[in-house]
Ligand binder design. Structure first.
Ligand SMILES: [Zn+2]
Length: 59
């Protein structure tokens, strides 16, 4: 095991609309979170689909 790597962001936040990388977070394991990026179209989609359309999100 190497300890030379100081900080590893193993959690990623992916835009649920365009699948672009939004941010990274520090987690203890590899994890993917879904959010919304800053693109205007994605913001609009997020508003439009709020509470009505749900994809198969893992619990
Ligand atoms: Zn997006």
């Amino acid at each position: 095991m190497y300890h030379s790597m100081k900080q590893i962001n193993m959690g990623v936040i992916i835009c649920r609309h365009c699948s672009s990388l939004v941010d990274t977070v520090d987690t203890n394991k590899i994890a993917v979170f879904y959010g919304v990026c800053d693109k205007p179209e994605c913001r609009q989609l997020h508003k439009a689909g709020e509470g009505s359309v749900r994809s198969a999100d893992a619990p």
